[in-house]
Design a protein around this ligand. Structure first.
Ligand SMILES: CC(C)(COP(=O)(O)OP(=O)(O)OC[C@H]1O[C@@H](n2cnc3c(N)ncnc32)[C@H](O)[C@@H]1O)[C@@H](O)C(=O)NCCC(=O)NCCS
Ligand SMILES: Nc1ncnc2c1ncn2[C@@H]1O[C@H](COP(=O)(O)OP(=O)(O)OP(=O)(O)O)[C@@H](O)[C@H]1O
Length: 195
């Protein structure tokens, strides 16, 4: 079974592309959802997060306070690297357990915005990048999250530029005005022919 990474900057369209692969029968592990699940459920992760960032990164009910944590880590690069070093090993381990359950298939996908930023890309046999122009991404995310241009630009500044992701990828899906489904069907066919 091949392990395929799916990446792209914020607002590039990874989630939509991931859904299309799922429709083709490919299991997709969505890293940010699973990371948040682990931050809520793993006592080890929880202990490390509160030790580093304070008790108030969880609400009184015990849920992860995403807004509080985002305010901390997206304004301080040391804090971002610290949260990464707490959460990413747990995600890596969880992905391994998950992917072992699908060992009979020809491939599975792990979706993450920050595959290249974190070194996670080394775990994959093939990597797909979803690419869209920055202004289009900003507009999409402002609309999707009702967030400000400044906030989206700040998130973009924390990530690698598209050109670097593309250089390091095996496949690129362009999601400006292009149709994405034909691109996805072709890539699926090619990966199945290898796996
Ligand atoms: C700080 C958190 C709780 C904020 O959650 P929130 O729901 O407000 O934002 P969300 O997760 O959707 O992130 C918004 C965007 O920021 C970017 N982003 C998220 N984590 C990171 C990171 N570690 N480095 C750079 N960019 C990041 C992504 O492009 C994402 O689309 C969350 O982003 C988080 O826990 N990040 C650290 C863990 C992580 O790396 N998760 C990503 C997948 S492993
Ligand atoms: N081709 C497209 N045409 C119009 N809207 C699109 C297109 N692709 C994506 N979108 C919309 O843009 C927004 C961002 O797409 P999506 O959520 O898939 O991005 P993402 O890469 O997963 O972002 P993030 O890194 O924030 O999770 C969504 O609201 C989505 O519906």
């Amino acid at each position: 079974m091949l392990k395929v990474g799916l990446t792209g900057g914020i607002g590039s369209g990874k989630s939509i592309v991931a859904k299309a692969f799922e429709m083709l029968g490919v299991p997709v592990y969505v890293s940010d959802i699973e990371a948040k699940r682990l931050m809520n459920t793993s006592s080890d992760v929880r202990k490390k997060l509160t030790a580093r960032f304070g008790e108030d990164v969880y609400s009184l009910k015990g849920d992860l306070n995403r807004k509080r944590l985002a305010d901390i880590v997206f304004n301080d690069s040391k804090a971002l690297s610290d949260i990464n070093s707490i959460v990413h090993p747990a995600v890596r381990e969880d992905f391994k357990v998950w992917s072992d359950k699908h060992a009979h298939l020809s491939y599975v996908i792990q979706e993450s915005a920050i595959l290249f930023d974190t070194g996670l890309y080394r775990n994959f046999d093939k990597i797909i990048t979803v690419s869209a122009e920055e202004e289009i991404r900003i507009q999409r995310v402002m609309k999707r999250d009702s967030s400000s241009r400044e906030l989206v630009q700040k998130r973009i500044a924390n990530q690698l530029p598209d050109v670097e992701r593309i250089q390091k990828s095996d496949f690129v899906i362009y999601n400006n005005n292009e149709l994405i489904l034909p691109q996805i069907v072709l890539i699926d066919k090619e990966i199945r022919s290898i796996g």
